[in-house]
Design a protein around this ligand. Sequence first.
Ligand code: CDT
Length: 312
Amino acid sequence: MARKMVVAAAQLGPIRRKELRSQVVDRMIVLIEQAHALGGSFVVFPEMALTTFFPRWLIDDEDEIAGFFERELPGPDTQPLFDAAAGLGVGFYLGFCEEVVEGGTRRRYNSSVLVDGLGSMIGKYRKVHLPGNATYDPSLRLQHLEPWYFEPGNLGFPVFEMLDARLGMLICNDRRWPEPYRVLGLQGVELVCVGFNSPAELPDHPLQNGLRTLHHLAPMQAGAYQNGTWIIASAKAGPEEGFDMMGHSCIVSPSGEVVATSSTLGDELVPYEIDLDLTREYKSFFDFATYRRPECYGLITERKEAGPPIGS
Ligand code: CDT
C-alpha cells in the first residue's frame, strides 16, 4: 500500500533588510495556497524564512538585531501564516531565528519547526553546524557571522512523527555533512526537510566557484540514498541586498535522484508527489541491521579531525 502525497519546496526570493514580517508572511501564504490548489499537504520554507540573511553583516544596532528574532511562534506577525495553513490543511517546515530564555540566560538559535496540517507545532530543531566566523574578519571578501549571532543547536537531530511518516530537520550548512543524515537515518527518518541560504559564489574560495550546485546536491543525493529517505530542500534565492544567493530548491528521492528542481530565483513552489514507501526499498536494500559495523566506526564520535597532513 503506497503512502503517496504531494509535497513542495516553497522557495522564497530575496527579502529586504527592512521588509516587514507581514509582507513576507503574505508571500508565504500565496505559496501555501498554491500548494493546496495542487493537492499538496506539506511545504518546506527556507532557513531564516521570515527575514533577510542578516549574518552577512556585523550589525551593532541591538534593536535591529532583536527585530530579526522571534520570541514566540506563532506570534502576532506569524499567526496569519499558521491560520492560513491550518485553514487549508497544509503542514509546513519553517526556518526562523529563535530567542529564548533558558536557565535565566537569553539564548539565540538558528531554528526550524514542523507544523502539522491542523496548525499544531510537532517539533523543533536548532542548527548544529554554524558556518562562518564569530568575529568580523577584514581579510574576507564575504562575511558570514552565524557564530556571532547564534549558539550551536542543543537539541541533537530528533525525528518526529507527522504525515504518517518520520520527519527530520536540517538547516543549510548541516546538509553538507554526512553525520546528520546518518543520525536521522538511525531513527528511521523517511523525509528530511532542509531550508538554506547559500551564496551563489564563494569569493574567498575561488576554486569552488562553478561547483556550487554540485556541492549543494551531491551530499543530499548521497544522504538520501545511503539512508533511504526523501529530502525536500528549499532556498532563499536571488539577489538579496546586493548578495547573490543560489536557488536550486529541490526534492531528492531515496534513490538519490533529484526529481524536482526550482527554475527561478524568486518565490516559487516546487511540487512533487512522493511515495513514502519508496524509502523501504532502499532501507531494506542496505539492511542496516545485518550489515552495519558500528564497532568499526568509533572514530566518528571520538575524533573531530585527522590532524596535520603528511609533511606539514
Ligand atoms: N546559511 C548557511 O549555512 N550557509 C552556508 C554558507 C557558508 S559560506 C561561509 C552554506 O553551507 O551554504
